[in-house]
Design a protein around this ligand. Structure first.
Ligand code: ADP
Length: 406
């Protein structure tokens, strides 16, 4: 496979319509070809370690999976290789029916409250929000720029922050000097919004009730909680950045900002060192050395006190947020678990719900133990609050939002 990017002039429509969803990171490019109507993931893959000596490429289509290790100089070469793989392994681009490319973008500032067709102006706005998401937006732009060059279809940006633009001012505002906050655009933007919107929408659809007071717990490597009333977000745990809120795989979640002053003055640490400590070396990893919940769960089950203590911190933080958001909502109809841990760790769900029994939450332990890819209620008939597991699907949500604009 040659390294020169190939320009795709026109992608003709096949028998079905698809959206190519791209999540571009600083040294990676993940993609999924989605049928936005039935949610099928037709093909998917990733390119990792872009710019390093040897990159890793994986492309999966039906039963076929191709893995390659080869140098990939930049995102332009990465996408060209992906497009080649589509033609070699399938589905051929001429038959893939791609009508749009949906790009995941973490930070849309106070400007974007929904998806946007990427024009030059929109691209520049995304660049302008880079100081608010220095790890993410510049990396997304690499993917956006090369995809716009190589693929002659509408490109749509779907923002992680958009769902939370509806937060009431009192929830979005930090009690910071208002001129400083305005000058530096400091407010609560939230993140994981595409997932919270998708999952809370599924709950509404599943229960056939659009007037619900909902809490959604998105518990993956990153973790966040949201309070949703009648389909609109009214609070969320991630703030200016995805660092705030719940205990995460490698992030602290809530921590007294004075810890920063202390580590700087007493520990002599630089801003970048503290940033790395809080974002990459804390959370479950900082408490136990592991950031994979499965490993921590296994250790706790085997009697490891450190792992058990970390789980206690996780559960404590979760029930604190559920209590707070129930008060914000003025009651609660549904509590929904989603993402890697939320969907797959029945023990964590049981521990959280046990601590919330005082609210009238009753978990059906048999239903809680069932593994499924479908949305489901796991509380008992007489539970005061319905507890659900709803698998998230950010790629499908991005594909559907992209389709809504074209
Ligand atoms: P992200 O998309 O934020 O990287 P995911 O939503 O994929 O993360 O979630 C990853 C987390 O889910 C990891 O901590 C992983 O250990 C956890 N996880 C996956 N399967 C299970 C399981 N069966 N039991 C407990 N945790 C699980």
């Amino acid at each position: 496979m040659g390294g020169r990017p190939r320009k795709i002039k026109k992608i003709s429509k096949g028998t079905f319509v698809t959206v190519l969803v791209i999540n571009s990171g600083s040294s990676s490019l993940k993609y999924q070809l989605v049928n936005p109507e039935n949610g099928a993931a037709i093909a998917s893959g990733l390119v990792e370690r872009i710019g390093e000596e040897i990159a890793f490429i994986k492309h999966a289509y039906g039963e076929q999976e191709v893995k390659l290790e080869t140098p990939v100089a930049d995102h332009s070469v990465a996408l060209a290789k992906v497009l080649e793989l589509f033609d070699q392994v399938g589905p051929a681009l001429s038959e893939a029916g791609i009508v749009a490319v949906g790009h995941r973008v973490v930070q849309g500032g106070s400007y974007f409250s929904g998806p946007a067709i990427i024009t030059d102006e929109v691209r520049d706005l995304i660049e302008g929000f880079a100081p608010l998401a220095p790890l993410h937006n510049p990396a997304h732009l690499k993917g956006i720029d090369v995809a716009r060059e190589l693929m002659d279809v509408p490109h749509v940006a779907v923002f992680d922050t958009a769902f939370f633009q509806s937060l009431p001012a009192e929830a979005a505002t930090y009690a910071l000097d208002k001129e400083v906050a305005a000058k530096y655009s400091i407010r609560r933007y939230g993140a994981h919004g595409t997932s919270h919107q998708y999952v809370s929408g599924k709950v509404t659809e599943f229960l056939g009730d659009s007037e619900l007071k909902q809490i959604v717990l998105h518990l993956g490597n990153g973790a966040s909680a949201s309070a949703v009333k009648n389909g609109h977000a009214v609070d969320t745990s991630m703030g200016l950045t995805p660092l705030e809120g719940l205990v995460m795989g490698t992030r602290t979640g809530d921590i007294d900002p004075a810890a920063v002053f202390h580590l700087s003055r007493v520990g002599g640490m630089s801003t970048d060192e503290i940033d790395t400590l809080f974002n990459k070396q804390s959370g479950l990893k900082g408490l136990t050395g592991d950031n994979d919940m499965r490993a921590i769960r296994d250790r706790a089950t085997a009697g490891d006190a450190e792992a058990r203590a970390a789980l206690d911190v996780v559960v404590h933080r979760l029930i604190k947020y559920v209590g707070a958001y129930t008060a914000v909502l003025g009651g609660l109809d549904t509590l929904t678990f989603t993402a890697g841990i939320g969907e797959n760790d029945p023990d964590l769900r049981a521990e959280v719900c046990e601590r919330l029994a005082f609210m009238g939450i009753k978990l059906d332990l048999e239903k809680n133990a069932v593994r499924s890819k479908e949305p489901r209620v796991i509380s008992t008939e007489n539970s005061a609050i319905k507890v659900l597991v709803v698998p998230t699907n950010e790629e499908l949500a991005i594909a559907q939002q992209a389709m809504s604009l074209i």
